[in-house]
Design a protein around this ligand. Structure first.
Ligand SMILES: NC(=O)c1ccc[n+]([C@@H]2O[C@H](COP(=O)([O-])OP(=O)(O)OC[C@H]3O[C@@H](n4cnc5c(N)ncnc54)[C@H](O)[C@@H]3O)[C@@H](O)[C@H]2O)c1
Length: 439
């Protein structure tokens, strides 16, 4: 199968490389000249574990290439995926579909034979209908079917997720579209990954419903964490205690500083808007979003509380900036709001992240960036764990304490055991585990 992947970002690049690995011939297209020229030189424009190896292997095998020439790539392809961004639209929170529609127009003009156009971007219900309308308007003679195939991969584990999905959702009622999609995913199908065929609008809604549900789970346990702190309970045990119930499940029950990232915030906002427009408001999701927004600044107040509410002049070390470990993605990372809130309270910030610092430099001001965790601890009045990178789990506490002005750790990911930190002489505050400390 010849595939064109329009949009070579976190989703397009991973999907394109994995499809090539299945044996298809894939051209990843992007209009960002920097991205394409880097990829042509063998450099990855993003950090995703093992991606460089997968890309190199398939480029060397002649199955994967990169181009800015959308028209040529589309004309040669039997299947064209749209994997461009769908960020929140400025002002109202709707999904900004200008990149999707722009890509659809360009694709329409380039179609030469029967082509399946597949929306992989996360798009509101009805977008597939509009993509089809645009293609027919631009190229009335085009022999085309438009399919929805939302993507569920997680950054940081993207290749594994793509190759071992819990399910593949394909929204089409067209027999030819169904055949092509079955062929594209055949290698996974043989591995028993369930393919679910459904209507196009249903497929579009499945993606938003999935993300909204997961965001709800995270927010629910975050509220339980706040309650646990007040009543002297341990939220990790609560999560374990409810997670062992199969009807609930243990995933996404880790209390923390609130969800962020490139998907949950924008997708919950977009679902809320779609639901309001259709006069079927999703009140639960509205509450989830509002609770999550408040939480980010509440985390700054949690840090301040350790110092009796006053952070003026305090030097705070931030460990972890990306919205989760194993990615360089800083989009809507909780660290951004947290740092600004701490700065508003008069704190001086020094920070370290294994992959996120180049992007963070573009988004934050007045932050001192460090070479590693121990440098980040130097002269700090407190150290805050914001992202649970593996390398933060096994720090040398004695050395850390030596570096710091005062031994205070606020662990927003609950990666340490309170007893251990106490034994090392730290004042330790975490999330949803009652502790009575202040300096
Ligand atoms: N990032 C994730 O973890 C994830 C997971 C599942 C679904 N999604 C969805 O997938 C979509 C893409 O997300 P992403 O994180 O990969 O975005 P991204 O911003 O990393 O990549 C999008 C790319 O599309 C390119 N582009 C835009 N218009 C183009 C055009 N007309 N022609 C060629 N290239 C064009 C941009 O230059 C950019 O490189 C979004 O809808 C997102 O919600 C993302």
């Amino acid at each position: 199968m010849r595939i064109a992947m329009v949009g070579t970002g976190y989703v397009g690049l991973v999907s394109g490389a994995c499809f090539a690995d299945f044996g298809h011939h894939v051209t990843c297209v992007d209009r960002d000249a920097g991205k394409i020229s880097a990829l042509l030189c063998g450099e990855m424009p993003i950090f995703e574990p093992d991606l460089d190896r997968l890309v190199k292997f398939n480029v060397d095998a002649g199955r994967l290439n990169f181009s800015m020439d959308l028209a040529k790539s589309v004309a040669e392809a039997e299947a064209v995926f749209i994997a461009v961004g769908t960020p929140s639209r400025r002002g109202d929170g709707h999904a900004d579909l200008s990149y999707v529609y722009g890509a659809a127009r360009e694709i329409a003009k380039a179609i030469r034979k029967f082509t399946v156009v597949i929306t992989k971007s996360t798009v509101p219900v009805g977008t597939g209908d509009e993509v089809e309308r645009i293609i027919r308007e631009e190229n009335p003679g085009a022999d085309v079917t438009v399919v929805s195939n939302p993507e569920f991969l997680r950054e940081g584990a993207a290749i594994r997720d793509f190759k071992h999905p819990d399910r593949i959702v394909v929204g089409t009622e067209d027999e030819r579209g169904r055949k092509v999609m079955t062929e594209i995913y055949r290698p996974l199908y043989l591995n028993q990954a369930p393919i679910m065929f459904t209507g196009r609008r249903t497929a579009e809604l499945i993606k938003y419903a999935a993300n909204a549900f997961l965001a709800t789970k995270v927010t629910f346990i975050n509220e339980m964490a706040d309650l646990a702190e007040k009543v002297g309970a341990n939220v990790q045990d609560v999560a374990r205690g409810i997670g062992m119930d199969n009807r609930i499940g243990s995933k996404f029950l880790h209390a923390g500083p609130g969800f962020g990232g490139s998907c949950f915030p924008k997708d919950t906002r977009a679902l809320i808007k779609t639901a309001q427009d259709h006069d079927a408001p999703t009140r639960i999701v509205e509450a989830v979003l509002a609770v999550n927004e408040n939480r980010k600044r509440a985390m700054a107040r949690k840090v301040a509380a350790v110092f009796g509410g006053n952070l003026r002049g305090k030097r705070i070390g931030i460990l972890g900036l990306t919205f989760k470990p194993n990615t360089d993605d800083m989009r809507e990372a909780p660290s951004l709001s947290l740092i600004v809130a701490l700065q508003d309270m008069g704190a001086r910030i020094q920070a370290y992240d294994p992959e996120g610092m180049p992007q963070a430099r573009l988004e934050l001001t007045d932050v001192e960036y460090c070479d590693g965790a121990y440098q980040c601890a130097q002269n700090a009045d407190a150290l805050i764990i914001v992202t649970e990178w593996e390398e933060f789990r096994a720090l040398d506490f004695a050395r850390l304490k030596n570096e710091m002005a005062s031994p205070v750790i606020v662990d927003l990911r609950n990666i340490y055991r309170p007893e251990e930190l106490a034994a090392h002489g730290f004042l330790y505050e975490s999330v949803g585990r009652a502790s009575k400390i202040s300096v």
